[in-house]
Design a protein around this ligand. Structure first.
Ligand code: SF4
Length: 347
């Protein structure tokens, strides 16, 4: 029998389990309180549960956290953890402290099937999806690593993997992270990225739409087909249509991510096309200057090109921020995660 992973359940799910066991539903709240508020994962320490329930949990359930196989700290304080899952697979998670906030970037798959040309994870192919419990447990480990004085305030689903390809598990993990009974991180501080799976965007629960960040990265299908093969299935217009037609709550906005690749998608013409494409999409734009890595065919954009691009968006009244790149020296920056053995991360 596979053990029941307590991190894999939201409150209603855990209530159903306890009801099946002939226990009171409120036991679910008590257990979640231990796991998420007190950071306790050993059943014998959950002292407000009956001895019989603790014993049964010990026999039939787990609240196992992945092992930290390696850890690296960047000059800017970014911490990258290489986590080993129960079956020996490895994923990375990145912690980024900044002023009062700590943002954690979590992985949703081992590897990724999307094959974006600018991304190291894409070179791995997909090995498997993570369970909701494995996604949530990354944050529990991250919180334990930061200690009680530094709460994880923001979580971005932007590590290894295409979150919407692992749809059901990501939706459940999102609910556990945002629930009062879970980690209680408000929706506004959660971000789920996608390379543009338009069919899955249409299935997202409305409360997740304002947390959606779409990696657009090109303004013509010709360029996007080349750098993001997913575009051959869901071309730009189809993707934007899915955004426009989804029931985004009135005060929410999508985030459109745009990685500027030197000489590929960073011209003023691109910026003007982007303005046109997004004119009927309620969104803000996040620009990211590409970080080249060893085996990459792309170049960093010139700073003047980045500024000129941004100015064209600002002049058309878009909110356009330039995201600061973090942890470049330890390959923790966007598109650089690859869960390396030894080499980059070791000791
Ligand atoms: S950028 Fe994201 S979606 Fe694309 S290959 Fe990398 S991990 Fe996958």
């Amino acid at each position: 029998m596979t053990a029941l992973d307590l991190f894999d359940h939201d409150l209603p799910g855990l209530e159903r389990v306890f009801e099946r066991w002939g226990e009171k539903r409120f036991r679910a709240r008590q257990v979640m309180n231990w796991l998420y508020k007190k950071g306790v994962t050993r059943f014998e320490e959950m002292t407000d549960l009956s001895a019989a329930l603790r014993e049964r949990l010990g026999r039939e359930a787990t609240a196992a956290l992945p092992r930290i196989a390696a850890e690296q700290t960047s000059r800017d304080g970014t911490v990258k953890l290489l986590l080993e899952l129960a079956d020996g697979e490895r994923v990375e998670t990145v912690l980024m402290p900044d002023d009062g906030r700590v943002t954690q970037c979590v992985s949703t798959q081992v590897g990724c099937a999307m094959g974006c040309a600018f991304c190291r994870t894409g070179t791995l192919g997909l090995r498997r999806h993570l369970t909701a419990g494995e996604i949530v447990a990354q944050v529990v480990v991250g919180q334990a690593r930061m200690g009680p004085d530094r709460r994880i305030t923001n979580v971005v689903f932007m590590g290894m993997g295409e979150p919407l390809h692992n749809f059901d598990n990501v939706v459940r993990a999102f609910r556990i992270l945002s629930s009062d009974h879970g980690l209680n991180i408000t929706r506004r501080r959660l971000t789920v990225s996608t390379a543009g799976l338009a069919d899955r965007i249409r299935r997202l629960p409305p409360e997740m739409l304002g947390s959606l960040a779409v990696s657009l990265n090109a303004t013509t299908d010709e360029v996007r087909d080349r750098i993001m093969p997913v575009n051959r299935r869901f071309p730009i217009q189809e993707l934007l249509e899915a955004l426009r037609e989804s029931p985004l709550p009135p005060r929410d906005r999508y985030t459109v991510e745009y990685v500027l690749l030197g000489g590929v998608n960073d011209s003023p013409d691109d910026a003007r096309r982007l303005v046109k494409l997004l004119s009927h999409v309620r969104c803000k734009v996040n620009l990211i200057a590409y970080n080249p890595h060893g085996d990459s065919p792309f170049e960093r954009p010139r700073p003047e090109a980045v500024e000129a691009f941004r100015k064209i968006l600002l002049d058309k009244n878009f909110t356009a921020t330039l995201r600061k790149s973090r942890g470049e020296d330890i390959l923790a920056a966007c598109g650089q995660l690859k869960a390396e053995e030894g080499g980059t991360l070791g000791g």
